[in-house]
Design a protein around this ligand. Structure first.
Ligand SMILES: *[C@@H]1O[C@H](CO)[C@@H](O)[C@H](O)[C@H]1NC(C)=O
Ligand SMILES: *[C@@H]1O[C@H](CO)[C@@H](O)[C@H](O)[C@H]1NC(C)=O
Ligand SMILES: *[C@@H]1O[C@H](CO)[C@@H](O)[C@H](O)[C@H]1NC(C)=O
Ligand SMILES: *[C@@H]1O[C@H](CO)[C@@H](O)[C@H](O)[C@H]1NC(C)=O
Ligand SMILES: *[C@@H]1O[C@H](CO)[C@@H](O)[C@H](O)[C@H]1NC(C)=O
Ligand SMILES: *[C@@H]1O[C@H](CO)[C@@H](O)[C@H](O)[C@H]1NC(C)=O
Ligand SMILES: *[C@@H]1O[C@H](CO)[C@@H](O)[C@H](O)[C@H]1NC(C)=O
Length: 347
């Protein structure tokens, strides 16, 4: 029984190989018939990218004898021609959106076939503009705002990318998936931002780019950036350190100045400085102690404490003198000790 299994396996392998060969044969056959079924027309170029208002020229040629060939298109069509093997579709100024050109041929066996020419018809936008949605004037730090980019009369939208920038930094980009629309459209894209203090004075802008692929104009028409939108951000004062120790000196100031928008007002918590509204005060004019300064603008306030210490010259010299005296005393003591010790060792 076991012996019998081998021939069976061999024969099934042969069957399998035959089937494979048959399959390959059928594949070749179908490819061949497929080639025969193809329309005997060549387009040159095979696809075109045309600017709105631009010119276009495409040749349709055949190597077979025919019973008439022509171009069908809503502009620049070529009527049925009998005694030529090359016909040219040509439009000097293309403005028709639904152009749908195709070249056809009437074969002798009374069959007709045609090839459609893929056309990417594009137009760079008339304008790209940026604005803030439902807001005017300065923004407040930490709050959310909406920016809007309007792109007018652009096509085709499926190749459009709208990019958002802050300064030179790319923030976001949007592509469009509505592939059906071949005609001019207006597109509005929005971006949510939450500016912080570093964004005060920043410039936001948007850009519309048509990336039409390798057949398109190179580099891609990186057209039409919006004007920059200058953003003013209001933020409250915030000192980098809340306490500072100052040694009283002619040149040293108690400096409370801090960045804030709008610029803050300053107050000082000391009878001595009751009328002071400046951001810094000379330390030499104050007696040692604690001074608190508060910077305030419409968004809030922030305080800073200065601890003013006196370092009079006398104190300084007293410390130096004490040091010198101690050092001298130590040296003398050492010398006396050494002198006595050497004397003792001699005895
Ligand atoms: C179309 O064919 C003509 C004649 O052969 C030639 O002069 C022309 O350059 C061709 N145009 C294109 C777009 O290939
Ligand atoms: C094609 O045929 C037309 C008449 O049908 C004739 O006037 C023309 O000269 C022919 N052109 C060529 C290239 O044979
Ligand atoms: C096709 O028809 C034309 C005339 O209409 C003829 O001159 C030509 O020889 C025919 N070609 C074939 C392949 O039958
Ligand atoms: C931007 O659009 C204007 C029309 O509003 C056009 O004249 C200009 O050429 C475009 N910019 C670029 C870089 O193509
Ligand atoms: C948007 O389009 C650009 C350019 O065609 C492409 O590089 C990018 O990957 C696309 N992004 C998304 C999210 O589809
Ligand atoms: C194309 O866009 C226009 C204008 O926005 C609109 O009226 C039309 O319905 C759109 N067509 C398709 C197929 O989306
Ligand atoms: C786009 O907007 C502009 C201005 O509002 C308008 O003139 C134009 O007709 C619009 N285009 C389309 C395709 O809706």
């Amino acid at each position: 029984m076991q012996k019998g299994t081998f021939p069976l396996t061999t024969s099934s392998r042969v069957t399998y190989m035959r089937l494979t060969l048959l399959g390959v044969f059928f594949l070749c056959f179908s490819l061949l018939t497929g080639a025969e079924a193809e329309c005997p027309l060549q387009l040159d170029p095979q696809r075109v990218v045309v600017r709105y208002g631009g010119s276009v020229e495409v040749n349709c040629s055949t190597s077979v004898l025919h019973n008439g060939m022509g171009w069908e298109a809503s502009e620049g069509g070529v009527p049925k021609t009998f005694n030529k093997s090359l016909i040219t579709w040509r439009v000097i100024k293309l403005t028709e959106w639904d152009i749908n050109p195709s070249c056809y041929i009437n074969l002798n066996n009374s069959k007709q076939c045609q090839i459609e020419l893929p056309v990417i018809f594009y137009k760079t936008p008339d304008s790209v503009s940026i604005s803030t949605v439902k807001h005017r004037g300065p923004m407040k730090e930490g709050q959310q705002y909406e920016l809007q980019c309007d792109v007018h009369d652009v096509a085709p939208v499926q190749y459009l990318t709208v990019k958002w920038y802050k300064g030179q930094t790319l923030l976001h980009q949007t592509n469009f998936s509505d592939t059906e629309n071949k005609t001019l459209v207006n597109k509005t894209v929005t971006l949510l931002i939450r500016p912080d203090r570093d964004d005060d004075g920043a410039q936001y802008w948007c850009e519309a780019e048509l990336d039409l692929g390798a057949k398109g104009p190179q580099p891609p028409p990186k057209i039409n950036s919006s004007e920059p939108l200058n953003v003013e951000v209001y933020y409250k004062p915030q000192h980098s350190s809340s306490t500072e120790t100052i040694i009283k000196d002619d040149k040293v100031m108690l400096d409370c100045s801090v960045k804030a928008n709008p610029a803050p007002d300053y107050t000082w918590s000391s009878d001595q400085l009751k009328k002071t509204i400046t951001s810094s005060v000379k330390s030499s004019e104050l007696s040692p102690g604690k001074y608190t300064c508060t910077a305030t603008n419409i968004l809030g306030s922030d305080s800073k404490v200065f601890i003013l210490k006196s370092t009079e010259r006398t104190t300084f010299w007293a410390i130096v003198l004490t040091g010198v005296v101690v050092a001298v005393a130590l040296i003398i003591a050492y010398l006396i000790f050494k002198f006595k010790f050497s004397k003792n060792s001699l005895i």
